[in-house]
Design a binder for this molecule. Structure first.
Ligand SMILES: Nc1nc2c(ncn2[C@@H]2O[C@H](COP(=O)(O)OP(=O)(O)OP(=O)(O)O)[C@@H](O)[C@H]2O)c(=O)[nH]1
Ligand SMILES: [Mg+2]
Length: 320
């Protein structure tokens, strides 16, 4: 069985494949059509053909250096044998899969006590909404969840999180507007310990005007969480808006310098045709995507799955 058939078989077994694709797929069709045109039987894989492939990859938000790497490796593979276009396409997906590599896909719960997750990212990337989504997910899995309103920069941010928390039915620990976010973290950690919370999700402010302030604020939050809860924060997840593409990624690098980001959640995948950003993120940062945000509601979160991603990128929902 070819690689693509194996992917298809695995993918078809996934109960949530329709939901997974409903958002992401909607906007991806045009890209797929161009890819399909490129891999029509009878076309010759000459320099022009590879150039067109390069353009299609780059237009999907794969960076030039990642696209080059994919094409170099793909050229080597297709040069070895005479392949049909269908086989060559399978080979391309396989090369992309190898280049992406593997990455752990969910939270490792602490053996004892609350697991603290710090959510960071630029303004408007979707931090607060994603915390609501994560709270809903972990609660549905039977874990006790609390959220902490560490974005004290704007009063509305505290309200936004506490409204979500109320709707989902989880406690929200918050301070006053302009209060030191680190002191909110201390309260939240103490609450989590006293109330046997399994997962504490901490919101943060996303302002980037001043890198030194941001770094200081984050490292202070880090320090106080670690002091209150051993090993905390257990995960720092970076929220990235997929519609901002590579530009968004370069902005987000500030957060990677400020803290040890352990995973990425890519939001607004329902609003972009540029699925290639996932490859670029992994290549340029070494950090993998853990979840995809596919809408504004708490249920619009999907675990990232490399096979489903590559399969849906190339083949689309109509083929499943
Ligand atoms: N379509 C879509 N919209 C999203 C998604 N995630 C978040 N949003 C929307 O993006 C906007 C910003 O989301 P927030 O969660 O407030 O972003 P934030 O990072 O907390 O923003 P700040 O607190 O200002 O830093 C809101 O209108 C959300 O509804 C998503 O996956 N898809
Ligand atoms: Mg927010």
């Amino acid at each position: 069985m070819g690689f693509l058939d194996q992917l298809k078989e695995k993918f078809q077994k996934k109960a949530d494949k329709d939901i997974y694709l409903s958002g992401f797929q909607r906007s991806n069709r045009q890209w797929q059509q161009r890819m399909a045109g490129l891999f029509e039987e009878g076309r010759i894989r000459d320099d022009d053909w590879f150039e067109e492939l390069m353009m299609i990859l780059v237009e999907s938000d794969i960076s030039v250096s990642t696209a080059n790497r994919i094409i170099e490796s793909f050229k080597k593979e297709v040069g070895k044998n005479v392949l049909t276009m269908a086989q060559a396409k399978t080979q391309l997906i396989s090369v992309m899969s190898d280049i992406y590599g593997d990455f752990p896909l969910d939270l490792m719960l602490a053996l004892d006590g609350p697991t603290v997750v710090l959510i960071v990212g630029v303004n408007g990337s979707g931090k607060t909404t994603t915390i609501a989504k994560l709270a809903q997910k972990y609660k549905a899995e039977g874990l006790s969840v609390a959220v902490a309103a560490g974005d004290t920069f704007r009063a509305a941010a505290i309200d936004q999180l506490s409204t979500w928390a109320q709707r989902i039915g989880v406690p929200c620990i918050s301070g006053k507007p302009q209060q030191d976010p680190a002191s909110v973290m201390v309260d939240a950690c103490r609450y989590a310990k006293e109330h046997n919370i399994d997962v504490l999700l901490c919101d943060t402010a996303g302002r980037l005007q001043n890198k030194t302030n941001l770094m200081n604020e984050l490292s202070k939050m880090f320090r106080v969480i670690g002091r209150e809860i051993e090993g905390g924060p257990h995960a720092v997840w970076l929220i990235l808006d997929a519609t901002t593409g590579q530009n968004g990624l370069s902005q987000a690098k500030v957060f990677m310098e400020a803290t040890e980001v352990g995973g990425i959640i890519l939001t607004k995948m329902d609003g972009t045709a540029r699925g290639g950003i996932i490859m670029t993120i992994k290549e340029e940062t070494g950090i993998g995507v853990i979840f995809l945000g596919l809408g504004e509601k708490p249920e619009d979160l999907r675990p990232f799955d490399k096979d489903s991603y590559l399969y849906s990128l190339f083949e689309g929902k109509d083929h499943v």
